[in-house]
Each structure stands twice: as C-alpha cells, then as structure tokens.
Design a protein around this ligand. Structure first.
Ligand code: ARG
Length: 278
C-alpha cells in the first residue's frame, strides 16, 4: 500500500446551471447528404428522434438548466442541430450563415428568435455555422475551419466580442464541425481528437491545453466529443465508454444520452444545444 491515493487526486469540479436553446426534431429526416454521416437511402424514424431528443431535454431540465425552445420549421430537417444557429455571448447573438444551400434558411430563423428574445443580433458577413465551429473556453474562442466556417468569420467574431480567437483547421470530413472534434469541459479544460486537426493546429492545442483529455478514435466515431458540460456534469453519447471513464478519472460526472437517430444526420448532444450567455 502506498500513501498516495489516486482516487482523491481528481480536482473538485463546480457545476453552473446553463441557459440553452434547443429545437424539437419534429421534421427530422435525412434527405440530402452534406456530411459523411448522412445517407438519404437509410430510413430515419422521426418519432424515435423526438423521443431521444426529449431525453436530452429532460436531462438538462433535471440539471437545473433553463431550456428555451425555438419552433422547428417544416422542410428544415437539420434545424434540430441548434448549435449551428449562431453564437451567443455578452447578450450579443452573432448569426449563422450556412455553407450548404439546404440549411441557409435556418440562419434568419434563428436570428428572428434571438431578436424576439432580446439579444443584440449581428447579421453575419461571412460563412459560419455558429457554435458548431465556435467554442468558448474561458475567455478564448476556439474557431474551426476547413469544412464549414470561413476564416473570415474568425476575424468577424473577434471584432464583435473583443476576445482572443484561435483558428483551428479540421482535416477529417467525418469531424467537419469543431464541436465534433473538441469538447469544452470548463473554463480551462478540453478534450479532443488529435487526428481531426492539421499538424499546425494540433501543435497549438498541445501547447495551449497540455492537460487535455485525448479521446479514442472509437469514442470520436460515435460523436462522443459532441458533448455538453456545465463544469461538472458532462452530457455525452452513451456509447462513448472510454471517454466516460476518462471524465470520471478527472472528477467530472458523465451522463450518457442515446441520440443514435440524430447521429444519422451527423449530430449528437452538443449539436442539439446552443448555449445562451447573457
Ligand atoms: N446534418 C447537419 C449538418 O451537416 C449536422 C449538424 C451537426 N451540428 C453540429 N454542431 N456539429 O450540417
């Protein structure tokens, strides 16, 4: 027996209840293919998608989150992925401008919601997919590019919020949004999939977050990183079992939710969640 008890070495984590925006997948289906996860030939079950989404919604309510809802729109099957609807910080909502024509009407739909709910809305000048590619970690905004958001949007967001913006280049089409390749755990900790990044961007991550959790390819392949943390409770894909153990080791409380039906559209927990920061 040694005097070092590793079970007590994990830091104490502090949750803070969040305010989030979600969109019920009433019209969810896969009828086009804009990422490798989507196959319009495969059947989808909208009722199952709604039931799984309700579980995520209830999980957030049980964690004490204030969950707001935006009305789904018939004909916009990807609107359930609310993370892409914009980026909200300091009461300012930076609108999204989607890469693919199929999702472009979602930009104004989300901006209308932000305006109706008292946010200072900034219409985007550049292609960006909201919190899919912009992740706030402490005072910095990690900004993804390579498949969706344009680097010009990184300049735009830095001017809007006056925060440091760190550009990260994604290289694997299966991890096309930054929130599929990085999970924000709290103000200073992240988890990520190293192989999802260019060599230069990986070097930035290694230098900036030397203590980051590195997830397995297997967990990333069920969109395990596409998770939402309140600083202690981390809502993750049920199937990301190694990530679950890594989180526990570090003093977090992982909570598994099964969103297998929404995975058919290439999205998971985080994709369905847009954080509203006042
Ligand atoms: N089918 C959607 C798309 O390809 C999925 C978006 C997932 N959202 C996310 N934040 N990663 O645009």
């Amino acid at each position: 027996m040694t005097l070092t008890d590793t079970s007590t070495s994990a830091p104490v984590r502090t949750p803070s209840a969040r305010t989030v925006l979600m969109c019920r997948p009433s019209y969810f289906t896969v009828v086009y293919r804009i990422n490798p996860w989507m196959d319009p030939q495969l059947p989808t079950d909208t009722a199952l998608a709604v039931a799984q989404w309700e579980t995520l919604y209830q999980t957030y309510v049980d964690l004490g989150f204030d969950v707001k809802l935006v009305d789904p729109i018939d004909g916009l099957p990807d609107m359930v992925y609310a993370a892409n609807g914009g980026f909200v910080l300091d009461g300012i909502a930076y609108g999204a401008s989607f890469t693919h024509v199929q999702r472009q009407p979602e930009g104004p739909a989300y901006m209308d919601w932000f305006a109706a709910n008292g946010y200072d809305v900034r219409a985007p000048q550049n292609v960006n997919e909201g919190e899919g590619d912009f992740l706030l970690v402490g005072d910095s905004i990690l900004a993804g590019t390579g498949f969706r958001s344009a680097t010009d949007s990184h300049t735009e967001i830095s001017e809007i919020y006056g925060r440091p913006v760190i550009t990260l280049e994604l290289v694997n089409p299966s991890f096309y949004h930054l929130d599929t390749a990085i999970a924000v755990l709290d103000d200073s900790n992240i988890a990520y999939l190293p192989s999802a990044f260019s060599a230069a961007s990986l070097a930035i991550l290694e230098e900036s977050y030397p203590d980051a959790i590195l997830v397995t390819e297997t967990d990333a392949a069920v969109l395990g990183l596409n998770s939402f943390s309140d600083g202690y409770n981390v809502v993750i894909a049920t199937r990301a079992t190694d990530f679950e153990a890594q989180l526990r080791d570090r003093g977090y409380n992982p909570i598994g939710v099964d969103l297998s039906e929404l995975l058919l559209g290439g999205g998971g927990v985080k994709c369905c969640t847009l954080e509203l920061r006042s």
